[in-house]
Design a protein around this ligand. Structure first.
Ligand code: HEC
Ligand code: HEC
Ligand code: HEC
Length: 206
């Protein structure tokens, strides 16, 4: 009995939801809808900005604050002659919408779970996982032709007369599509991890 009463209530609720409004004017409904839309768009933007800040990416997670951020601070991408700085977000998160939002949602969930489980909570665990994590980043960058590097470094804007002979020679390879930035420039913001030796690899837990 109770079940059919409940079903009846649900049905009535949906009928009410789908029926045209007798009380509210179309203008009022449009305003409420517009307001709800604006709140969610602005809310998303604020969340993207807050979770993309240098402080959040570098310090919110113990693993970032202890291992990757200190290394980044030693690199030329953190402080250099001209004072142009590349931060976590610049290199690691897509810049184009809506891809950025999907990427952040997915990375946010997997990273938060891994952080809570303490996957890289100690130096020892981090050293063990580092090769695997670096490879995820490298694969991503190879997959998108190092798009994030290119938001700052434009080969068209490179003055070859100011570059070393070696750079100019090697750089012909990306013009011909044979290589992308990350194929040659790893370890540009962190210490480059070394591939574990086969014995360590076998011993590492899957
Ligand atoms: C936010 C802008 C920005 C982004 C994104 C960026 N860079 Fe840089 N990069 C710079 C600046 C500025 C310098 C100059 C630093 C200096 O004067 O020493 C630099 C320097 C370099 C250098 C030469 C000196 C060094 O530190 O080794 C290389 C190589 C390089 N970047 C590669 C990369 C690669 C590869 C990526 C992508 C993973 C990347 N950059 C992403 C701004 C950026
Ligand atoms: C095939 C290998 C290769 C590829 C691909 C490559 N580079 Fe380089 N790059 C080099 C070499 C070699 C140097 C010279 C390093 C040196 O002189 O210490 C260099 C130097 C640089 C420098 C420093 C220039 C200077 O004189 O200070 C920057 C910045 C740079 N590369 C950015 C990039 C970016 C951005 C990409 C992708 C668009 C890229 N490179 C792709 C090999 C490569
Ligand atoms: C100039 C580009 C650049 C910047 C800035 C940068 N990273 Fe990275 N990051 C990379 C690259 C490239 C790799 C892949 C490994 C390598 O080549 O060093 C990487 C790897 C990582 C890894 C995997 C572990 C490892 O060390 O390989 C983590 C975690 C990470 N970055 C977090 C951060 C955080 C947090 C920040 C900001 C504090 C940051 N990165 C800033 C380019 C960057």
């Amino acid at each position: 009995m109770a079940d059919s009463q409940q079903l009846g209530a649900i049905r009535r609720f949906f009928r009410w939801l789908l029926s045209p409004s007798a009380r509210w004017s179309v203008l009022a409904l449009l305003l409420v809808g517009g307001l709800a839309g604006a709140v969610s768009v602005i809310g998303t933007q604020v969340a993207v900005a807050l979770t993309g800040s240098d402080n959040f990416c570098g310090n919110a997670c113990h693993s970032h604050a202890s291992f990757v951020y200190p290394e980044h601070k030693e690199s030329g991408h953190y402080a250099n002659r001209t004072g142009v700085r590349a931060m976590c977000n610049d290199c690691h998160v897509p810049h184009n919408y809506p891809v950025k939002l999907f990427y952040k949602a997915k990375a946010g969930i997997t990273d938060a779970i891994a952080e809570a489980r303490g996957v890289i909570s100690t130096q020892e665990k981090f050293d063990k996982e580092r090769w695997r994590l670096a490879n995820i980043v490298w694969d991503e960058m190879r997959g998108n032709n190092s798009a994030n590097c290119r938001t700052c470094h434009d080969p068209e804007a490179m003055k070859t007369s100011k570059q070393s002979e070696d750079a100019v020679k090697q750089h012909k390879k990306f013009a011909s599509g044979k290589a992308t930035c990350i194929d040659c420039h790893t370890g540009v913001a962190h210490k480059e991890p070394e591939e574990p030796k086969p014995a360590e690899k076998a011993a590492a837990p899957k």
